[in-house]
Design a protein around this ligand. Sequence first.
Ligand SMILES: NC(=O)c1ccc[n+]([C@@H]2O[C@H](COP(=O)([O-])OP(=O)(O)OC[C@H]3O[C@@H](n4cnc5c(N)ncnc54)[C@H](O)[C@@H]3O)[C@@H](O)[C@H]2O)c1
Length: 334
Amino acid sequence: MKVLITGGAGYIGSTVASALEDTGHTPIILDSLVTGPREFVRGRVFYEGDIADRGLLERLFRQHPDIYATIHCAALIVVPESVEQPYLYYRENVCKSLELFKNLEELGYPRVVFSSSASIYDTVPGFRVTEDSPLKPNSPYARTKYMMEMVLEDLARATRLRGIALRYFNPIGADPQMRSGLHVREPSHVLGRLVDTALGKIPYFQITGTDYPTRDGTGIRDYIHVWDLAMAHVRAVERFDEALAKTGNPYEVINLGSGHGNTVKELVSAFENVWGSPINKREAPRRPGDAAGAYANADKAWELLGWKTELSLEDGIHTALEWGKRRKEVLGYV
Ligand SMILES: NC(=O)c1ccc[n+]([C@@H]2O[C@H](COP(=O)([O-])OP(=O)(O)OC[C@H]3O[C@@H](n4cnc5c(N)ncnc54)[C@H](O)[C@@H]3O)[C@@H](O)[C@H]2O)c1
């Protein structure tokens, strides 16, 4: 089937496109390239432009009337930038997504899979969260995700639109076939920084926060291989109607995580094992806005989508390192 991916030039969207192709589907990409690189859409059906551009959407659907569903990945995603420039984030992630959803409904393309984030969860005792756990998004970025979940739910209740919001935990790694991976020059993602430290691009890795109430004092996260994450989108599209029919709701939220929590120190030591030697690291105080963290109860993804993670933390580290060495060939920059 044909699937529209907004933000399909990005880290996650481009990997979803590869997963769709590998399973016999055809991705149609809509991306403004505001952050995603052109190299990630090479050889794919690609429309360059903004998600809120109605005319562009009309042309796209005229040329591909058989699109089955839309995966909405396009967004700005840098948390500190969202603190400094909230207007930009609310305009890009909220106002434009609202227009996109309205246009999709009006044009008769009601199935929407939305990229949401586990960063909207509050910290809970034990750190394991289900989709019903309390929410407390604590940055403008996270609030844009929370808002769009509410918007999608309300639209789904009032119109023909149907929505599945996927709450991603912490994506790591790269496409195992090295078609895509992290593209930013200075990654803020923890594994990107570990790779940059190992490859000598930055002098040391900072473990920020060592006084959290976790087993070793460092933050806890649920690291999920980006390929597993991409495959969850394939299942969400393939089982879209079936999943919603099962619950009888026009809108569902699904956690995408491994179901295991790893602390930053555990991640660093897994990284050093895969890398084969210790890396330079320093402990530093918590950063403002950081939380102890969370990991997923991923039972609902299994029940509704028949999906669970298959790749390990080490697989994620391995592909991230490989991508760190190979990305110049793909992107043209280190
Ligand atoms: N990477 C993570 O750790 C993570 C975690 C949870 C959720 N998410 C969500 O996953 C989605 C994808 O994230 P990513 O890591 O691939 O980010 P990314 O920056 O690599 O990709 C986002 C893509 O969206 C495009 N884009 C942004 N605004 C646009 C607009 N108005 N019109 C058209 N295209 C636009 C960008 O050019 C880029 O290619 C985002 O919605 C993000 O909030 C990411």
